[in-house]
Design a protein around this ligand. Structure first.
Ligand SMILES: [Cu+2]
Length: 138
């Protein structure tokens, strides 16, 4: 796990540079032939426990199983502590977090990091809609 992380981070940093240069957080893929989609529930988003589902598909639209997937929830303000959760499963290319949580209200984004069965690592960032305060109102 530790080894994977180290390797992943190096690649991730390289991809990150390209990504920022591309200036498009929502782009559908940054790995050429891998399609990444993310679903967050429950909706609308609210402070508290949530479930992030990551869907991975290859260039032929075939589900990618047996990947190692990590989800990071973060915000861009100073002092924010990121929320990191493993996403497990992989049947039909679907990976689900077990203990992800929105720890505060506001603008969140999600970074999906995956190590594919063929050893390639990839990362993709998704902007989320605003997360409301607990209790459904402000
Ligand atoms: Cu925050």
């Amino acid at each position: 796990m530790r080894l994977w992380r180290t390797t992943g981070l190096l690649v991730v940093m390289l991809l990150g540079v390209l990504f920022v240069a591309g200036c498009d957080r929502r782009s559908e893929t940054n790995s050429g032939d891998v399609q990444v989609d993310v679903e967050v529930s429950p909706q609308p988003l609210e402070v508290g426990p949530a479930q992030v589902t990551v869907m991975l598909r290859d260039a032929n639209d075939k589900p990618i199983e047996n990947a190692a997937v990590e989800v990071e929830g973060n915000m861009s303000h100073a002092g924010m502590v990121p929320v990191i959760a493993e996403a497990t499963g992989g049947d039909d290319g679907r990976y689900v977090t077990q203990d992800f949580e929105f720890t505060m209200a506001g603008e969140w984004f999600i970074i999906v990091r995956a190590t594919l069965p063929d050893g390639r690592t990839m990362e993709q960032t998704f902007d989320l809609q605003s997360v409301a305060g607990a209790g459904g109102g402000n």
